[in-house]
Each structure stands twice: as structure tokens, then as C-alpha cells.
Ligand binder design. Structure first.
Ligand code: KMH
Ligand code: ZN
Length: 275
């Protein structure tokens, strides 16, 4: 099996300090969370940013400040800004962080119910995001919340809008999208094309079981406050690093080595031809 790439989704767009007072929000808190998560074993930082009131924003200045702070603090992990943002944002708002030419960014592959709201990703939006990422040599993480999302990604591939190496993000357990279960994880993974890599994330109490099964299945794992603010039932997580450390420990127990940031770049085929 390939070494395990661990993504730390350190903040998200929906979580609040009421959910967990340890949630990082400002640029310096995000940088500290990222550096600690990397020390614990993360090689990708999935990044959302917040405005001065703690609300989700896709403003390029906020992304720029957070990314600069991360680099100044010594983060060498791949920084993967979200182009999903929060429900209700326009595509123009959401796409802003690609102008910073990150190595990776998320590309959400279909419209889904998202709790009481709708997360809109129609085909023209997906095409536009994919084209922009391809032109800038940014590796998209093809976020799939439901099985139909995988077919949408494959449609983009047929249209020539994706890079040679495909990397999927399977997110299970968003209320309104595909529920988290081992059966659904297997079902999703079996739909992926040969040669693709994949990272899985389980929302809420499914964070740990999805991570454990994914380690054994040869996929890569995402954990962090974006997906669950609890370490276990009734126990708030102390930090993103704490959640990453648990994955590293479990992977170690079953003999799966953890990838460094440079090994993650090689596995994901990142870096070729970048400015
Ligand atoms: N906040 C969700 C509505 C992504 O980062 O690309 C979308 C999301 C996906 O978090
Ligand atoms: Zn996200």
C-alpha cells in the first residue's frame, strides 16, 4: 500500500466556537493549528477562512493572510484552499483562492442537500472551476458527497478538464447527502477509475470509523474540526493535531506508514510544471 496521506481539515465553514472553543479562526490560530497538525503527521491542510466576526468568507485577502502565516510558521504541508466555501455563496466568491495558485484546491462535484440548505454545484460551475484549476496547474481534490458526484467528475474528465492524475475526496455523512457507512464507503470506492487516489472523511461520529476502514482499504484519510469537533462521544477535541495523532497511531498499529508532505506530493503527482 502507498503511504498514508493525512489531511487536516482544521476549521471548516460551519463549525463555531460554541461547538468547540478550541476551533482555530484567525490567521495566526489557523497557522498554529496547521503547524501542529503537520508535526502530528498531516501532509495536507484543507483550508477555510473566516472574517473578523468568525463568519465563513472566501475573500482572497483572508486566504492570503492565513497562507502567509502558515508559511512563516514553517508549514511545508500542501495547503488546499476550499472552493466550496459555505452554502449560498456565489461561484465568483468561491473561486477567489485559486488566484493564489495553491498546489491543490477542492472542486465540489455536484449539488447536494447540506443540512437544511442546498450546496449548489451545477455542471457549468464545475466546468468553470475545473478549467481554471487546469490552466493554473492546481490539482483538484474532486469532492464527492454522493455517488452521482463521481459520475459528474468522470464527465469533466471526458471533457478534458481534469489533470492526468485524478484525486477524489469522498465525504460521507453530510445530512442530506450519502450517509456514512462501511457499505457506502466500499460502494463509492468501487466507482472510482483505476489509478485514481482517494481520501475519505466521515462527518460527526463517523470520523473515526471511516478513517479506520480507509486505512485498511489503502485510501487516504481526512480528519479535523471541519468534520467533527468531538474526539469521542461527549468529549470535545483538544486540537486538530490530537485528531491527526490518533490516525497516525492506528495506522502504525496496522503497519501503514504515514506520508511526509514531499511523499504526498509524489503520490498525488503534484509539482510537475508548476511555476
Ligand atoms: N462548507 C461546505 C458547504 C469544500 O471545502 O470544498 C462545502 C465544503 C466543501 O466544505
Ligand atoms: Zn471544506
Amino acid at each position: 500500500m502507498e503511504k498514508l496521506i493525512i489531511t487536516a481539515a482544521i476549521c471548516g465553514a460551519e463549525t463555531t466556537r460554541q461547538d468547540n472553543p478550541n476551533l482555530p479562526l484567525t490567521a495566526s490560530e489557523l497557522a498554529e493549528a496547521a503547524v501542529e497538525a503537520e508535526k502530528a503527521g498531516a501532509s495536507i491542510i484543507h483550508l477555510h477562512v473566516r472574517d473578523h466576526d468568525g463568519r465563513a468568507t472566501q475573500d482572497i485577502e483572508h486566504f492570503s493572510r492565513a497562507i502567509d502565516a502558515m508559511k512563516e510558521t514553517g508549514v511545508s504541508a500542501i495547503i488546499q484552499p476550499s472552493t466550496g466555501g459555505a452554502t449560498g455563496m456565489t461561484w465568483e466568491e468561491r473561486l477567489q483562492p485559486v488566484n493564489l495558485d495553491p498546489e491543490m484546491a477542492t472542486l465540489d462535484c455536484g449539488t447536494v442537500n447540506f443540512g437544511d440548505e442546498v450546496f449548489v454545484n451545477d455542471v457549468p460551475l464545475m466546468r468553470r472551476f475545473a478549467r481554471e484549476m487546469k490552466d493554473r496547474n492546481i490539482l483538484p481534490e474532486l469532492e464527492c458527497f454522493d455517488a452521482g458526484n463521481i459520475y459528474n467528475a468522470l464527465k469533466l474528465e471526458r471533457e478534458g478538464l481534469l489533470p492526468e492524475h485524478l484525486h477524489f475526496g469522498i465525504v460521507l455523512g453530510v445530512p442530506g447527502a450519502l450517509a456514512a457507512s462501511v457499505k457506502n464507503l466500499l460502494f463509492m470506492v468501487e466507482l472510482l477509475p483505476d489509478g485514481a487516489t482517494w481520501t475519505a472523511a466521515g462527518i460527526g461520529r463517523w470520523q473515526l470509523p471511516v478513517a479506520m476502514h480507509t486505512i485498511l482499504m489503502g485510501g487516504h484519510v481526512r480528519v479535523g474540526f471541519e468534520d467533527s469537533v468531538q474526539y469521542s462521544k461527549g468529549e470535545p477535541a483538544e486540537s486538530n493535531a490530537q485528531l491527526v495523532s490518533r490516525v497516525v497511531r492506528i495506522a502504525g498499529e496496522v503497519g501503514r506508514e504515514v506520508a511526509s508532505p514531499s511523499e504526498a506530493r509524489r503520490i498525488l503527482d503534484i509539482g510537475k510544471g508548476r511555476r
